[in-house]
Design a protein around this ligand. Structure first.
Ligand code: EPZ
Length: 430
């Protein structure tokens, strides 16, 4: 299993480029199921989860081409025939987001068989709200041997438009039901929807494919179902979580870093928090310059749905808080078990106490190098940030977690002065 070796102490200097958003690419690739025509997606990050999505779609009969060379961030998907509309457990168990094919499969073919995602390191993460919404649209859903068997209402292959009110804000739930509604018979009104930029990105692709959608990016989305969709070419958003991770890397290392090819309008909550911490950020149109002499002030965070402080930045922010003067209270409101990085940071010398969903971080504490274990995608990013300022050489194990959502992070960080190398080979080097 690959490892990273990081020698701490170098301030990050220069320009680092942000890739496309993993959490936009996954629903946008699933959306290709909704048409027999070719869908071409650009700015697709080369990360492990995209490879998994490619396998998932190909296993159902789709023709999926991941670009390489100059076109390495382009993907062409053609779901002319879905010979085997089944999301198999072997694939779903490696990536929960595979359940995003449930809505589009029923909408397109009238049937779907999707393995139920199991537990996850950061929380139970049920998909009951996806199922509830599809049933309100007329789907008959049964559970058999770990699989969801879903069928459109009798005597038709089309779902019915419906008035859906989410009991809880769910990102992939909103995306899954949005993809179901665009081919449904009649109008759907969806309320208490997720407002994440990834939802808006998916809606923009669906509209480019001929869908009738209003209100994406707000809590109320209206969809007028159509009988068919056509192909499209679409460029997905930059990854706001990768951009946020690099901003914190620049701040924690006491560097002067230009985070390029990002969309600052998607980072409002994080930028406001960095300002509170006394970290200077100069915001451009598609770039942010972050500067800190390492004098970071403590500030509390509480994770919320967008546009609140993102849960996917909580772990990375905790690493920064270990280097801040004072006490930071970190409250995780979205997932019930998202403090897996705490014990590893404590092994590096951090002063953190957890009480339920709240972590109290006392800083500034000098960090020491240690052998640490990655447990999930964002926890891994937090350990990389801590290793950038730790005294000595830190060994990060199981970095396959970080490869799921960061494209060649060690090369990008080395490009701005970090002493980081990978032991093992980069996944799927083309
Ligand atoms: C998406 O996950 C992201 N994944 C996650 O990013 C992100 O952490 C999360 O949204 C929150 O922002 C993708 O987009 C692929 P939710 P998702 O449904 O959609 C509960 C990363 O690091 N819930 O918004 O699965 C759920 O348990 C990943 O890139 C139900 O109870 O998250 C959670 O407590 C990690 N029933 C809350 O809602 C449901 O049917 C929010 O989850 C659905 C969700």
């Amino acid at each position: 299993m690959d490892k990273f070796v990081v020698r701490g102490g170098n301030p990050l200097l220069g320009t680092i480029k942000v890739s496309g958003a993993k959490n936009s690419a996954l629903p946008c690739m699933a959306a290709a199921i909704l048409t027999a025509d070719e869908v071409i997606l650009e700015n697709i990050p080369q990360v492990r989860d995209i490879e998994t999505e490619r396998k998932l779609l190909s296993s159902m009969g789709a023709e999926v081409e991941l670009g390489y060379g100059r076109a390495q961030h382009r993907t062409s998907i053609k779901c002319a025939v879905l010979s085997d509309p089944v999301a198999k457990y072997e694939i779903v168990k490696t990536m929960r987001a595979s359940s995003l094919v449930l809505g589009p499969l029923i909408a397109r073919t009238g049937i779907a068989r999707v393995a139920m995602p199991g537990g996850c390191a950061i929380g139970g993460r049920p998909i009951d709200l996806h199922i509830k919404g599809l049933e309100q649209m007329g789907a008959k859903i049964t559970q058999e041997h770990g699989y969801l068997e879903a069928r459109a209402p009798e005597n038709t292959t089309r779902l019915r438009g419906a008035h859906l009110v989410f009991d809880k804000i769910t990102v992939t739930g909103t995306e899954d039901l949005l993809m179901a509604a665009v081919l449904a018979d009649g109008e759907s009104l969806m309320e208490n929807c997720a407002r994440e930029p990834e939802v808006t990105d998916l809606a923009a692709l669906l509209i480019a494919m001929g869908a009738k959608i209003e209100g994406a990016g707000t809590s109320t989305i209206k969809v007028q179902g159509v009988t068919s969709l056509h192909g499209a070419r679409y460029r997905i958003n930059p990854d706001r979580i990768e951009a946020g991770t690099f901003l914190l890397a620049g701040a924690i290392s006491g560097g002067d870093l230009n985070v390029d090819s990002c969309d600052p309008t998607h980072l409002g909550a994080l930028l406001a928090k960095l300002q509170e911490c006394g970290v200077r950020c100069d915001v451009g149109k598609e770039s942010i310059r972050v500067r800190s002499e390492g004098n970071i002030k403590a500030a509390d965070i509480s994770t919320e749905e967008y546009p609140g402080f993102p849960t996917d930045m909580q772990a990375q922010y905790m690493a920064l808080a270990t280097q801040a003067e004072g006490t930071s209270i970190i409250t995780e409101n979205i997932f019930e078990n998202r403090f897996m990085h705490v014990q590893e940071l404590i092994r590096m010398g951090a002063n953190i106490r957890v009480d339920g969903r709240t972590a109290t971080v006392r800083g500034k504490t000098p960090l020491q190098s240690a052998a640490v274990m990655c447990s999930d995608l964002r926890a891994s990013a937090s350990l990389v940030l801590a290793a950038l300022v730790a005294d000595g050489e830190t060994i990060l194990d199981r970095v396959y977690h970080i490869d799921r959502g960061y494209e060649r992070i060690e090369e990008k960080l080395r490009g701005v002065g970090a002493q980081i190398r990978r032991l093992g080979d980069v996944f799927g080097k083309k």
